[in-house]
Unconditional design. Structure first.
Length: 162
């Protein structure tokens, strides 16, 4: 039994489906058989790039708008660090993993670190905030120059003494 009283050839649009025909486009899962595989892949890549290009500005604007609203509401705040405000929970968690935050949360101040001489460079008389910073300093140009200058001064003093 036919679904319609009229012949299919009498319809001007042969889709006979529930979606709007203007939304129909190239079917990537059923490509045109006259196109080669390379042409289909190139057309599909072009299609994806066009979609991405249309999406990027809206995404950036929405991200900025959301971040600004979160900062205004002060949803993600680090109280031990003096009320630092973050745009996302991920940024706050990233901050909380840093040594400077851990020290502030534990009540360790710069003066206290200086008294204990943790992460101290004796040659330069310099205090690092954490072990990573000290390693960076020890491998750095300023530290090498300072050590070189001290060695030159010691050699000069030894030469003058003899």
């Amino acid at each position: 039994m036919p679904l319609s009283r009229w012949a299919l050839s009498s319809y001007t649009y042969e889709g006979l489906c529930t979606h709007f025909s203007v939304n129909e486009g190239y079917k990537w899962d059923r490509p045109d058989p006259s196109l080669s595989r390379e042409e289909v892949n190139a057309a599909y890549a072009e299609h994806l790039e066009a979609k991405a290009a249309a999406y990027r500005p809206a995404k950036a604007a929405n991200t900025k708008r959301y971040g600004d609203s979160v900062v205004a509401e002060q949803r993600f705040v680090c109280k031990p660090c003096g009320g630092l405000t973050f745009r996302s929970r991920a940024k706050q968690l990233e901050h909380e993993k840093r040594q400077i935050h851990k020290d502030k949360a534990a009540g360790i101040t710069k003066e206290r670190r200086r008294m204990t001489k943790n992460f101290w460079c004796h040659e330069c008389n310099w205090q690092a905030s954490c072990s990573k910073r000290l390693v960076i300093h020890l491998n750095g140009v300023r530290h090498a120059a300072h050590v070189r200058d001290k060695a030159a001064a010691a050699a000069k003093a030894a030469k003058e003494a003899s």
